[in-house]
Design a protein around this ligand. Structure first.
Ligand SMILES: NC(=O)c1ccc[n+]([C@@H]2O[C@H](COP(=O)([O-])OP(=O)(O)OC[C@H]3O[C@@H](n4cnc5c(N)ncnc54)[C@H](OP(=O)(O)O)[C@@H]3O)[C@@H](O)[C@H]2O)c1
Length: 326
């Protein structure tokens, strides 16, 4: 496993981190034994960065992580990033949402205390606001609260996760020094962060966490037009209507470019992200030990050759906002 600096924080993080959404639920049936095995295998293979959130099974993902960390000799060697969501309401927040209603100080303090309880810690390594709107950029008061919590020693680093329809909304937060880390979508389809967001983060020493490297699975190449997602799998909605079919056509074109390259699709998907020097850590979701092994081993593969990297950039796809379904 290779390690990279996490912005200017002084932390060194494994370039492959553990995405812990699916182990919290919402992705169809998930056996707890598989979740525990996935996490333990990833840590054995050198992963020292885990991303989770309050919303991943209402604390379930955080509790599973706490259980695994409790079994380690030195849990403090692992960086855990979690997220506080806005109070219930429109997601992502609309331009008309009031930040003092969606992220009020009292609520933020209570929610951070709850994250500590779930993670069995008295200090959260990285606390990210789970979503944001550029409507709040001119006076981002919720980050004042998080900076206070940081001064009080309850939070290590302050971060934000981008709203997926307007990722560049967080550029002002970076430029104005409000955040130490940013979580964003950057993958073979979604390459817009290469325009400005990634470089801005690097220039300001902000740690970059790349989420959704496989486009929720499509970029592993395993879906077919016949793929049916279980009832309680959010991908039923994400890939609703003609979306799955449109994805598969584009994935086939990527596969063509990878022919004889020596890389499988999931390997190339992760290596493509790691080729950008601003990236600190990519956090594929891992549901079992097999996936943990496959994803962690990618760190040791050779970097993508420049001509292949250039070919893969052609698959940039600006397709707008899918999370709320059709
Ligand atoms: N707003 C936010 O802040 C936000 C939003 C989304 C995600 N995230 C974070 O980013 C992490 C990563 O994103 P994600 O988990 O949503 O999606 P992803 O990493 O694009 O896809 C993960 C899924 O792909 C499948 N998979 C993983 N490794 C594989 C392999 N080697 N071969 C074949 N299939 C494989 C697994 O699902 P199956 O086995 O079911 O196919 C897994 O759950 C999350 O876990 C979460 O921590 C944050």
């Amino acid at each position: 496993m290779k390690y990279r600096p996490f912005g200017k924080s002084g932390r060194e993080v494994s370039e492959i981190g553990f995405g812990a959404w699916a182990i919290g639920g919402g992705w169809g049936p998930q056996a707890e034994a598989d979740s525990l095995a996935a996490l333990r295998r990833a840590l054995e293979l050198g992963v020292n960065f885990i991303d989770t959130a309050a919303g991943y099974g209402n604390g379930k993902s955080e509790r599973t992580i706490a259980e695994v960390l409790a079994g380690l000799d030195d849990p403090s060697a692992i960086t855990v990033a979690t997220k506080t969501p806005p109070t219930p309401g429109i997601w992502p927040p609309s331009p008309y949402c009031d930040m003092d209603e969606r992220y009020p100080e009292k609520y933020l303090r209570e929610n951070v205390a709850e994250r500590m309880e779930m993670l069995r810690t008295d200090r959260i390594d990285i606390l990210q606001l789970h979503t944001w709107t550029r409507a709040w950029n001119r006076d981002p008061r919720p980050f004042r609260t998080l900076r206070k919590l940081q001064e009080e020693g309850k939070i290590g680093l302050v971060g934000v996760s981008t709203p997926e329809h307007d990722q560049n909304a967080v550029i002002d937060l970076i430029r104005n020094g409000w955040i130490d880390s940013v979580q964003l979508i950057y993958n073979l389809f979604e390459q817009e962060p290469a325009a400005e967001l990634l470089d801005t983060a690097a220039e300001h020493g902000v740690g970059v966490i790349v989420r959704v490297p496989f486009d929720e699975g499509s970029l592993t190449g395993k879906f077919t037009p016949e793929t049916v997602f279980p009832e309680d799998d959010f991908r039923r909605n994400y890939f609703a209507g003609d979306r799955l079919e449109r994805c598969i056509r584009r994935v086939d074109a990527i596969r063509e470019d990878l022919r004889d390259s020596g890389y499988t699709l999931p390997q190339a998907a992760l290596k493509f992200i790691l080729a950008h020097p601003a990236v600190s850590v990519v956090i594929p979701g891992m549901r079992n030990a097999l996936q943990a092994g496959l994803n962690c081993s990618v760190s040791e593969l050779p970097d993508l050759p420049e001509p292949l990297l250039r070919r893969l950039r052609r698959h940039n796809w600006r397709r707008a906002f899918w999370y709320s379904g059709k």
